[in-house]
Write a protein that binds this ligand. Structure first.
Ligand SMILES: N[C@@H](CCC(=O)N[C@@H](CS)C(=O)NCC(=O)O)C(=O)O
Length: 221
């Protein structure tokens, strides 16, 4: 039996969604973030040394990293679903987006989150102006232009087909959901990029997405 070690408000929501799309049975083990640090509890390190979510177990196997988990589930249980046929242009696009989501789209979004948190955190009155100058400088000179470049690129790509890998919905769309949801909630993704907003509307309406939310609990990335 597949067990998903699920951290609230996290990337593991994507794995629940994938399992629901594939119609597979799975067990769910819940972990709660520390409300102050937002880190996962130490108990998650007993499942995998990195202590990050998602991580799944399946029999003797323990698999971490969203992209690797998606590849495993699709290959082992997918029966050809949610993946374009091999040696097609769509398959190459699928592989690209599967890696791009965590490898390229997430890093600037994560940097923005870190700098936003720094700006909000309590600090000595005298050091605040200096911290603000450094943080705002990093955001305006590097982080925000990077986010814009990625969102522009994603918007243009969704102008070429209905979904990221082509005209069929695939697991690459599931993988891309998290950076887009993060961008919409805290990095300025809005209706000025209609294709991306339609993408979000489309995935949120999917019954499997809704079922995953019911099982996973509150989700506000
Ligand atoms: N690239 C990894 C990222 C894993 C990751 O950082 N997960 C976050 C949740 S979204 C986490 O576990 N955070 C809690 C912590 O770092 O303690 C993946 O896609 O699986």
């Amino acid at each position: 039996m597949i067990t998903v070690h699920h951290l609230n408000n996290s990337r593991s929501q994507r794995i629940l969604w994938l399992l629901e799309e594939l119609g597979l049975e799975y067990d769910l083990k819940y972990y709660e973030r520390d409300p102050k640090t937002m880190l996962a509890p130490a108990s998650l390190r007993q499942v995998h040394p990195l202590g990050k979510s998602p991580v799944i177990t399946d029999g003797e196997l323990t698999i971490a990293e969203s992209g690797a988990i998606i590849e495993y589930l699709i290959e082992r249980y997918g029966n050809g679903k949610l993946i374009p046929p091999p040696s097609t242009p769509e398959r190459l696009r699928y592989t690209f987006w599967l890696h791009y989501a965590e490898g390229s789209a997430m890093p600037p979004l994560l940097l923005k989150l870190v700098f936003d948190k720094i700006e909000e955190s309590p600090m000595l009155f005298l050091v605040r102006p200096l911290v603000m100058v450094i943080s705002k400088g990093a955001k305006s000179s590097f982080i925000e232009p990077q986010i814009k470049q990625h969102l522009d690129y994603q918007e243009a790509e969704l102008g070429k087909s209905l979904w990221f890998a082509g005209n069929e919905f695939t697991a690459a769309d599931i993988q891309m959901s998290f950076p887009l949801e993060c961008a919409a909630s805290r990095a300025g993704l809005d209706t000025s990029r209609p294709k991306l907003m339609d993408f979000l509307k489309g995935i949120h309406a999917r019954p499997a997405y809704q079922r995953a939310l019911e099982r996973g609990g509150a989700y506000t990335p």
